[in-house]
Design a protein around this ligand. Structure first.
Ligand code: NAD
Length: 427
C-alpha cells in the first residue's frame, strides 16, 4: 500500500521504516525541514536501535522518502497516519495544537482528491478526540463526509522508546478503532503480515485502551516505588521483594523495578491528561492523582540520601545518565532533570555523562558540565549519582570509581554489578 505518515518523530519514523520493511511505499511528512533533509540523507534525527540500518535499507530500495509537502504526500498515498505530538500543557491538559493543524492540512488536501482515502490517528489522543475534534475539522476543510468520501481509524501505538522498532514490528496486540467496517478492514489488511492479535473496536474505545494501558503501567511503577520507599526505611532490599513478587503470574516481573520514577514523553503527560479528562466529566481520579504525586516526589529521594551523607555546596557531583531510560536520546520529562535542578539549587557543581542524550539535554539544562566519558565525570568528584541504567554502566567496577575524590555512589536505577560500596534509592 502507499502510506503517508504525518509527523516524523519517534513514533512516525519508526512506523515509517516498519511499514517499509514489509514492502510498503512510505512518504514521511514533517514541518521540520532539517528533519526531512536528514531522513532523505539516510540520517536518523533521533537515536533508536536499528533505526538507521532500516532507514538506509528503505531509502536504497526506494520505498521511503521525506517531504514537508503534505499535499503531495496525501495525493500520492492511499492511507495517512497522523503521528504528530500531543504534548502536555502547563495545566496537564493534552495540547491539540499539532493534531488540529495536521487535520486541517489533511482536510484541505482531501478537498482536491477524488479517491477514497483512509486516515489513521496514531497519536495518543483522549477518548472522543477523533469523533468530536478530528473528524469535524477534516469534514469542514474537505467538504467531504466521513464514511462516504474518506475513512478514519484510531490505531494507538504501544512501542517503547529504546525498543521502538522491534516493538512496532512485533507488538503484543494491534488495536484498530474504526469509524466503520470498510475502513477497519483496510487497516487490518495493512497489518496482515504482523503476527499479533488484532482487536477491532470503536474509535473512543481504542483511544481509551491506550490511556488505560499507560495509566496502569505508571501505577505499577508508583506502586513499587512506594513499596521501595517503605523498604528503604526498614532496611529491606526492595529488589529481592520485587523479584519474589514478580514470580506470581498474576503480578508479572515487568515494570516492578523501583527507582527515581517514570519519565519520558508519554506516562506523565498521558496520566495527567486522563485525570483532567475525568475531572471534566465530574470524576475525581484519586488513584491516578496519587500515582503522579508519588512520581513527582521520587527523584528527590536520591537527593535526600546524598544530603544525609554530605554537604553538597560547591562540591563536584558526577551524574551518570540523563535519558529517561537506556537506549534512547530522549530526555523529555526525564527524572534526571529534576535531580540535577535540585542539586544545582543546593549549590552543587554537576559533571554529567550520557552516551546518547547530551545534545537533547543541553537544550533543557545548558548550565552543567557535559563530559565525554564516564571517567571524565568521575575524576575528582565528591559523589556519583547514577540516573539511567545504561548497559555500559553495568560493568563499572571499584577501579573505575577509584578516581573519585570521595567514593559516595548512589544508584537511582538498579545497574551496578561489580562495585562493593554503594547505596540505591530504594535498596
Ligand atoms: P515527536 O515530538 O517525536 O514527533 C512529532 C513530530 O511531528 C515532530 O517531528 C514534529 O515536527 C511533527 N509535526 C508537528 N506538527 C506537524 C504537522 N502539522 N505536520 C507534519 N509534522 C508535524 O513525538 P512522538 O514521541 O513521536 O509522539 C507522537 C505521538 O505518539 C504522541 O501523541 C505520543 O503521545 C504518541 N506516542 C509516543 C510514544 C513514544 O514512545 N514516543 C509511544 C506511543 C505513542
Amino acid at each position: 500500500m502507499r502510506i503517508s505518515i504525518i509527523g516524523s518523530g519517534y513514533v512516525g519514523l519508526c512506523t515509517a521504516v516498519g511499514f517499509a520493511s514489509k514492502g510498503h511505499e512510505v512518504i514521511c511528512v514533517d514541518i521540520d525541514e532539517e528533519k526531512v533533509k536528514k531522513i532523505n540523507n539516510s540520517e536518523t534525527p533521533i537515536f533508536e536501535e536499528n533505526l538507521e540500518n532500516m532507514l538506509k535499507d528503505a531509502i536504497s530500495k526506494k520505498l521511503l522518502y521525506a517531504t514537508t509537502n503534505i499535499n503531495d504526500a496525501i495525493i500520492n498515498s492511499d492511507i495517512s497516519f497522523i503521528t504528530v505530538g500531543t504534548p502536555s500543557m502547563l495545566n496537564g491538559d493534552m495540547s491539540l495544537e499539532y493534531i488540529k493543524k495536521a487535520s486541517e492540512d489533511i482536510g484541505n488536501t482531501l478537498e482536491k482528491k477524488n479517491s477514497y482515502h483512509v486516515i489513521v490517528v496514531k497519536s495518543t489522543v483522549l477518548p472522543e478526540t477523533t469523533e468530536k475534534i478530528i473528524i469535524p475539522i477534516i469534514e469542514k476543510d474537505s467538504g467531504k463526509i466521513v464514511g462516504r468520501n474518506f475513512g478514519i481509524c484510531m490505531n494507538p501505538e504501544f512501542l517503547r522508546e529504546g525498543k521502538a522498532i522491534s516493538d512496532f514490528i512485533n507488538p503484543d496486540r494491534i488495536v484498530i478503532g474504526e469509524y466503520d467496517k470498510k475502513t477497519g478492514d483496510i487497516l487490518e489488511k495493512l497489518y496482515k503480515d504482523f503476527d499479533s492479535p488484532i482487536i477491532r473496536t470503536s474509535l473512543k474505545t481504542a483511544e481509551m485502551i491506550k490511556y488505560a494501558s499507560n495509566a496502569f503501567l505508571a501505577t505499577k511503577i508508583s506502586f513499587i516505588n512506594e513499596i521501595g520507599n517503605i523498604c528503604k526505611k526498614l532496611g529491606i532490599d526492595t529488589n529481592e521483594v520485587a523479584k519474589a513478587m514478580g514470580l506470581d503470574k498474576r503480578i508479572s516481573p515487568h515494570f516492578l523495578e523501583s527507582g527515581i520514577g517514570f519519565g519520558g514523553s508519554c506516562f506523565p503527560k498521558d496520566v495527567s491528561a486522563l485525570i483532567n479528562k475525568a475531572k471534566k466529566i465530574n470524576y475525581e481520579s484519586k488513584l491516578l492523582e496519587t500515582v503522579i504525586d508519588i512520581n513527582r516526589n521520587q527523584p528527590e529521594k536520591i537527593v535526600e540520601i546524598l544530603l544525609k551523607k554530605m554537604d553538597i555546596k560547591g562540591k563536584k557531583i558526577a551524574v551518570l545518565g540523563l535519558a529517561f531510560k537506556p537506549k534512547t536520546d530522549d530526555i523529555r520529562d526525564s527524572p534526571a532533570i529534576s535531580v540535577i535542578n535540585s542539586l544545582m539549587n543546593k549549590g552543587a557543581k554537576i559533571y554529567a555523562y550520557d552516551p546518547k542524550a547530551e545534545l537533547n539535554a543541553k537544550k533543557i539544562i545548558p548550565d552543567i558540565n557535559y563530559c565525554k566519558s564516564i571517567g571524565e565525570a568521575l575524576d575528582n568528584s565528591d559523589a556519583c549519582l547514577i540516573l539511567t541504567d545504561w548497559p555500559e554502566f553495568k560493568s563499572l567496577s571499584d577501579k573505575d570509581f577509584s578516581r573519585m575524590n570521595k567514593k559516595i555512589i548512589i544508584e537511582g536505577r538498579k545497574v551496578l554489578e561489580n562495585v562493593d560500596n554503594f547505596e540505591g534509592v530504594c535498596w
